[in-house]
Design a protein around this ligand. Structure first.
Ligand code: NBP
Length: 481
């Protein structure tokens, strides 16, 4: 633990829960880790509690921290995203030298990462925006890591990151994603998909409770069972655990005493905003973000309680069939959410010239991260078979899975609607699927309306070019190309 010059292979600054666990993960893998935190208390707490995990170098100032690192220096920043990150980057950049590497492992907005990378490049420094998923447990035992930034920096950095990442079938859940902000962009969409996945699971739970009258323990059993099949995933696994938890104070299921108002830190919202700018319909993610917002509108919900519901259907009587219907609806809606997320990644890649490989992302999301799932092997296979897939839904495996699920999926949406049980993500995913496969969409009428009030023109199905109808004249058509 003694402080000697330039012997650490990696430095970690920002030693709250994520930073300290990643520092310990590096140390456990045999790296000497320089430690730094704005206030020394966190550094000393880490050393006192876990100093035995490996070789650490305790530093108090940024200068001391930078001096403790081998060249080219590699520093991982794990501070609160936003202004704190800019402040830390500035301090580090002033003390570092050309060729050194600054890695931001926080949840930065990808446009901030693009800006920071350009600013550091101008000063001769390599800047790597790395998305890290897995929460505190993943940080300690193997996260999924999505590093962007210059390819050269990955040569020096890659082996370190790959060794601390989760491993699936001998493959690390870490790969170079692409230039500048691509790592954080991909992490953002990962989080958006996580929102959709959680919302869909929530809707399934709600149907078991309100349509079938199951209690939390019985629903937990269903999720445990599902976790042995196609839906096997970290989120399904922890859903069963949360549902099975009994509140010590009341003896009731914990889920029944938790206030039903979901919070959010913002990455889902960022995903939807970015999708709107890119023109990509990520309806599953958007429904999930809006569902959290609606759940949080507590005063409005209280005022609306007791509004008419109507009752157009009886509760399902074939419990086994409806349970299977919900499972199928969850699977099919999940395919849609992932398909939309991958569409957004493809659009981001095209917009920023990142040359991203969707199959690589499915590979590194198989372990370590919150959306890890058996399902991702199927996505990896789909992109391996056809890297140019127009939509994940069109991959033979998923196409068939939806074909199997479609009747169940419709039954779930019909039943929920008739019973007045909200299923925004199930229903909107089904509508997206129906719109995607439609022969004709009402967009033709939209184009007619736009041409009527704004002379915005339209295309014809039987001729090239743009046309306009003289709506306020004799209503003849003129060529507008
Ligand atoms: P927090 O996001 O709670 O940040 C706390 C750390 O930031 C402390 O080390 C604190 O230093 C430091 N800090 C702050 Br606040 N302002 C600073 C400033 N102006 N200059 C220098 N340091 C400053 O920590 P976390 O939950 O461990 O998360 C770290 C990063 O990882 C975040 O960007 C987060 O979004 C991301 N992330 C978190 C998770 C998760 O599951 N928690 C998962 C994936 C990614 P102090 O000790 O002196 O106050």
């Amino acid at each position: 633990m003694a402080n000697s010059a330039a012997r650490a292979q990696i430095g970690v600054t920002g030693l709250a829960v994520m930073g300290s666990n990643i520092a310990r993960n590096f140390a456990k893998h045999g790296y000497t880790v320089a430690l730094h935190n704005r206030s020394i208390a966190k550094t000393d707490a880490l050393l006192a509690e876990h100093g035995g995990d490996g070789e650490f170098v305790r530093t108090e100032t940024v200068e001391e921290f930078v001096a403790a690192l081998e060249k080219p220096r590699r520093v991982l920043i794990m501070v609160k995203a936003g202004d704190a990150t800019d402040a830390v980057i500035e301090e580090l950049a002033a003390a570092m030298e050309p060729g050194d590497i600054i890695i931001d492992g926080g949840n930065a907005l990808y446009t901030d990462t693009i800006r920071r990378e350009a600013a550091m490049k101008a000063r001769g420094l390599n800047f790597v925006g790395a998305g890290i998923s897995g929460g505190e447990e993943g940080a300690l035992n193997g996260p999924s890591i999505m590093p962007g930034g210059p390819a050269e920096s990955y040569e020096s950095l890659g082996p370190l990151l790959e060794s601390i990442a989760a491993q699936v079938d001998g493959t690390p859940c870490c790969t170079h994603i692409g230039p500048d902000g691509s790592g954080h962009f991909v992490k953002m969409v990962h989080n958006g998909i996580e929102y959709a996945d959680m919302q869909l699971i929530g809707e399934a739970y709600n149907l078991f409770r309100d349509a079938l009258g199951f209690d939390a323990a019985r629903i937990a059993d269903v999720f445990t069972e599902w976790n042995t099949g196609d839906l096997e995933s970290y989120l399904v696994e922890i859903t069963a655990e949360v549902l099975r938890q009994v509140d010590a104070k009341t003896g009731k299921p914990l889920v029944d005493v938790i206030v039903d108002a979901a919070e959010q830190k913002g990455t889902g919202r960022w995903t939807v905003k970015a999708a709107l700018d890119l023109g990509i319909p990520v309806t599953g993610i958007a429904e999930a973000v809006f569902a959290r917002a609606l759940s949080g509108a507590r005063a409005q919900r209280a005022a609306a309680r007791g509004l008419a519901s109507g009752a157009l259907a009886d509760k399902p009587t074939d419990v086994e069939q409806f349970t299977e219907d919900i499972r199928q609806a969850l699977y099919a809606s999940k395919v849609v959410a992932y398909a939309q997320g991958f569409d957004q990644i493809a659009a981001g890649s095209a917009e920023y010239d990142w040359n991203l490989h969707p199959g690589d992302l499915a590979t590194i999301w198989r372990g370590g991260c919150i959306i890890r799932a058996r399902f991702l092997n199927r996505i990896k296979d789909a992109y391996e078979q056809n890297p140019e897939l127009p939509s994940l839904i069109l991959a033979p495996y998923f196409r068939e899975a939806i074909e199997t699920a479609i009747d169940s999926w419709r039954r779930v949406v019909i039943t929920a609607t008739a019973l007045g049980i909200p299923v925004p993500a199930f229903a909107s995913s089904l509508s997206y699927y129906d719109a995607l496969r439609a022969e004709r969409l009402p967009a033709a009428l939209t184009q007619g309306q736009r041409d009527f009030f704004g002379a915005h023109t339209y295309e014809r199905i039987d001729a090239d070019g743009k046309y306009h109808t003289l709506w306020s004249g004799d209503r003849s058509e003129v060529s507008a190309s």
